[in-house]
Design a protein around this ligand. Sequence first.
Ligand SMILES: [Zn+2]
Ligand SMILES: [Zn+2]
Length: 330
Amino acid sequence: MAHLLRGLAANGTVRVVAADTTDLVRDAVARHRATPTAGAALGRTLTGALLLSHVLLKNPQDRVTLRLRGDGPLGGVIADAGLDGIVRGYAHNPAADLPLRDDGKLDVGGVVGKDGDIEVIRAHAPYGDPYASSLELVSGEVGEDIARFLAVSEQIPSAVLLGVYFDAEERVARAGGVVLQALPGAEDGALRLLEANVRAFPSLTSAMERAPLPTLLENELCWGMDFELLTDPGLPLAFACRCSESKALDALAYFTPDEREAMIREDGGAEVVCHWCGERRWIESDAIRGLRAEEVRCPDCGTLWHRESQARMVREGERCSCGRPVRLPN
Ligand SMILES: [Zn+2]
Ligand SMILES: [Zn+2]
């Protein structure tokens, strides 16, 4: 079961957040039918967003969105996570793939592309403007990019380790991540030891094959630093989405009635795929035709002016894109 651990080291001056995300990354890769290279980028981003939620958020209802947009064939990858342990995310082109690197590893930096930016958005529920900050990418390897973001934008010196390992059957065998942060008051000696421990640490996913995360934290990453585990058992994590049949209908409202009739004629209904989670929903023709009764459209050009149950899209007195003044029923 995917889970997250929190801990402290060096008399509370080093904060540790670690996650075993194997199950949820496997789930996400299958849902999005991602190739191993794209799946590794997605898995690192999902794991990174979960770790960031514990670094940046305070309120249980707040959420963090992590987005990397590089110039590689992936075309961008995004994840949205909260302190409830729920994460969702997708890559724009999950079919993107590249040959293995010379060292035999998946070319995550290549598929993301290093020319672009990393953006972190914090949404404070239930109201308040989302707060976004962005920075250019370092390598597109995700972990390094998050580490630099934390150091530069948040002034939190951090080490970030992220990994997704596929077995010979191209199935996710292990996935996880660790963030180690120096808090105010951390002593130079402790930080030097932490750096040396991180440098000596092999790849996270190969280490996870040998030992569970708490052992790796205590005996390797925080060796000699009095590691203290704060969460036992770990906090459960899962891939889950907030999509629904009614949101799928909302998506169909952006098609004109003629386009929707064409869908019904050709397919007998419509399949709506959620881009966040890959869920496929079949919408019956009756439900599609029922949309008509909720809509007010421009009599000239058919642009959607208003839909029941939704915030007004245009207001009385504004002009439609075709030039006709908008008149809404009360
Ligand atoms: Zn969804
Ligand atoms: Zn119009």
